[in-house]
Design a protein around this ligand. Structure first.
Ligand code: EPU
Length: 434
């Protein structure tokens, strides 16, 4: 397994091109199932999660061709209505197969995603919504077995604006008979992108970006002539802006939609960063001293949980105390013990973390158990002024950040990806404790 080695303390400067959003690409790839034929997508990020989704589509009977960020996908035939355990285990977003498979085949067998590192993550709201559209479910052998004779539009009121839950219900509702209304729907930019993609297939959807989605079901959908381009990744962009801020640098993210980043930009401004916004770019100039900021994660347009860990790395160097409140996931402070190994001062109490800024961070060997936690450790490593930082278990980063080392190197970071010498590490740890 590889590791990333960072010599921190170098202010980052320059521009970085942001890729397509992982969390828009995943639902859009599987949504192609509702329109049989050949689909062309671009700005698809080159990530392990995207390869996993294409493997799932391949297993279902839909082959694909990938060329850089362009994907061609043939959904003319479906031979298998199942998302098997070996794929769902690797990527929780495979649960997104449920809605499109039900709409396409009238049945779906999807392995239950189960718990994951950041919390329990049940799918009761997905099932409640699909049930309202006429689907029946049976849970057995670790699978959701679902079937429906005819999807019929209905009103669904979600208990919580779940992102993938809203997407699953939306992907089924576009082919249901009559009108569906999804109340308390998620409003994330990735939902808006999925709705735009579905509209390009002929779906009739209104209200995306608000809490009420209205769908007039149609009898069939077809791939458009034009190539569909995935929305830019606001979380990748936010992560590089924090890389600029935490190193005292000057970083411009290019190919972004600044309005999607607003909840994150607002907190960066409060922390003292200077921001310049263009139509497709955001420039961040770091302050001499960061100011503390309180952050509460919320569904969009609140502050995104997917940026909480990165902001915590940043504010560990602020001049004062910042309070983080995580309201989306019950176990999303796993980066805290690792940040503390680099010298951060954080105290966790339930879903609150109090971060008292320190003067500097020091390099250490760290690893994380989820994607955004891993990103926060890379950021802290970029700021650490004494000794190198080694970030282990890179498969999380590979799931969500394309060409991370290349992009950071382009901004002047001293960072390398190397094979992890596990034996050497164990020997030196043994020598140190002897
Ligand atoms: N929830 C339920 N029941 C449900 C669905 C969700 O109780 O049926 C709860 C969850 O347990 C959680 C909360 O609702 O406490 C929010 O979960 P949500 O369903 O909105 O999250 P998700 O759809 O599973 C997506 C992203 C996550 C991102 C969250 C929140 C994708 C593929 N994943 O997950 O992205 O953190 O929304 O914005 O879109 C990441 O990219 O690192 C990542 C984890």
């Amino acid at each position: 397994m590889d590791k990333i080695v960072i010599q921190g303390g170098v202010p980052l400067h320059g521009s970085v091109r942001i890729g397509g959003a992982k969390n828009a690409a995943l639902p859009i790839l599987i949504a192609t199932l509702v329109a049989p034929g050949e689909h062309r997508l671009d700005n698809v990020p080159e990530l392990v999660d995207v390869s996993s989704m294409l493997s799932l589509l391949g297993r279902i009977g839909c082959p694909s061709l990938v060329h850089g960020d362009a994907v061609r996908l043939d959904t003319s035939r479906v031979s298998f209505c199942e998302a098997p355990y070996d794929l769902v285990r690797k990527m929780r977003a495979s649960v997104l197969a449920l809605g499109p498979l039900l709409a396409r085949c009238g049945e779906a067998h999807v392995s239950l995603p189960g718990g994951c590192a950041i919390g329990v993550r049940p799918i009761d709201q997905h099932l409640k919504g699909l049930e309202a559209l006429g689907c029946e479910f049976e849970l057995s052998g670790g699978y959701v077995h679902a079937k429906v004779n005819k999807l019929v539009g209905n009103r669904v009121v979600l208990d919580f604006p779940t992102v993938t839950g809203t997407e699953n219900i939306l992907m089924a509702a576009v082919l249901a008979r009559g009108e569906s209304v999804i109340e308390n729907a998620a409003r994330e930019p990735e939902i808006v992108d999925l709705a735009s993609f579905l509209r390009s297939l002929g779906a009739r959807i209104e209200g995306d970006g608000t809490s009420t989605l209205r769908v007039q079901g149609v009898t069939s959908l077809a791939p458009p002539e034009e190539t569909y381009s995935i929305v830019p990744d606001r979380i990748e962009a936010g992560t590089y802006l924090v890389a600029g801020a935490i190193t005292g640098g000057d970083v411009t993210c290019v190919g972004v939609r600044p309005r999607d980043l607003e909840p994150v930009l607002e907190k960066l401004r409060e922390a003292g960063c200077q921001l310049e916004l263009g139509t497709d770019r955001v420039r961040l100039i770091a302050p001499k001293q960061l100011k503390p900021v309180d952050i509460t994660t919320l569904p969009h347009p609140g502050f995104p949980t997917d940026m909480q860990a990165q902001l915590m790395a940043l504010l560990s160097l602020a001049g004062g105390r910042s309070v983080f409140t995580e309201t989306i996931f019950e176990n999303r402070f796993m980066h805290v013990p690792e940040l503390m190994r680099l010298g951060a001062d954080v105290q966790v109490d339930g879903n609150r973390a109090v971060v008292t800024g320190v003067a500097s961070l020091k390099g250490a060997t760290v690893m994380a158990t989820d994607l955004r936690a891993s990103a926060s450790l890379v950021l802290a490593g970029l700021a650490a002024t004494e000794g190198p930082t080694e970030v282990l278990r890179l498969y999380h980063l590979d799931r969500g950040y394309e060409r991370l080392v290349e992009k950071l190197t382009g901004l002047g970071a001293q960072v390398q990806r190397l094979p992890d010498d596990l034996r050497g590490r164990m020997l030196s740890e043994l020598a140190a404790t002897a």
